[in-house]
Write a new protein. Structure first.
Length: 67
């Protein structure tokens, strides 16, 4: 049996803290900043975001991977 999973219908968002792509419906935490809602894979990511949201929203334009 072959099972094909299609995820094209699911709208995904990026967790700006860790760079992970997540489904907003299953996001562990959300945060609002400058009228926009941001989604996070874990509460820890939200905490990091809330500490310094500017750092993460600014870094959105860059394609930099940090761990
Ligand atoms: Zn995360």
């Amino acid at each position: 049996m072959t099972e094909i999973k299609k995820e094209t219908k699911m709208e995904k968002v990026k967790d700006l803290v860790c760079g992970m792509t997540i489904d907003p419906r299953t996001a562990a935490a959300t945060s609002e900043y400058e009228g926009q809602t941001y989604y996070f894979c874990a509460r820890g990511c939200k905490v990091s975001f809330d500490k310094d949201p500017e750092k993460y929203t600014k870094g959105e334009k860059e394609t930099k991977h940090e761990h």
